[in-house]
Ligand binder design. Sequence first.
Ligand code: E4P
Length: 225
Amino acid sequence: MKLLIDHADIGRIRKAYQYYPMDGVTTNPSILAATGRKPFDVLREIRDFIGPEGELHAQVIARDKDGMIRDAHRIAEVLGMETWVKIPSVPEGFAAMRELSAEGLNITATAIYTPMQAYLAAKSGAKYAAVYVNRIDNMGFNGIGVAKEVHDIYRNNGMDAGLLCASFKNSQQVLELAKYGVKAATVGPDVIESFVKNAAITSAVEDFIRDFEKLTGPGKTMSDC
Ligand code: E4P
């Protein structure tokens, strides 16, 4: 399962990349708005940092098909053809997905709350479907269950699309989908920072260091021996 960070602050993105094997960055209009900066300044900064091989996802804003197509072309023009263009999984969005995928753009179908949206998005040419796990839970349904259902629909129909699961509130949700073999998960920095935040792990590592220092002296490591 690929692991992406769902954020636009370059400091948080750099920190995630410093420690973890990240595959890319996803943004949405709300995440961009939270920076208070010009959208393409932020997105260019992220693209420069992750390079052309890193996955960058940026969303169209227009409500109608032609506007979505114009937004998608602008995103590809400024950030590169390899950029993943996020298109909401609504009727106008499916129409835009069909035209843009025929042009060869990478499409991420977003705002997916139901398996039907994900099925239609894949048939319309999207290669990723962003299922909003936690938001589905908050509606009183089972977000992980919906993600697994979409995974099964794609697999059982031989569809050329995968899940980019999104909207997580904890690391267990991420792990459960990794176990199921979904294509990718995009996770906010707070949840990423909780992946290995555990007093038992920290104390085990500290115990090893303390024991070694008893043998060799304070601050000594293998390179001093
Ligand atoms: C991803 O495509 C979504 O924009 C995002 O993950 C939604 O997450 P949220 O529910 O934490 O806002």
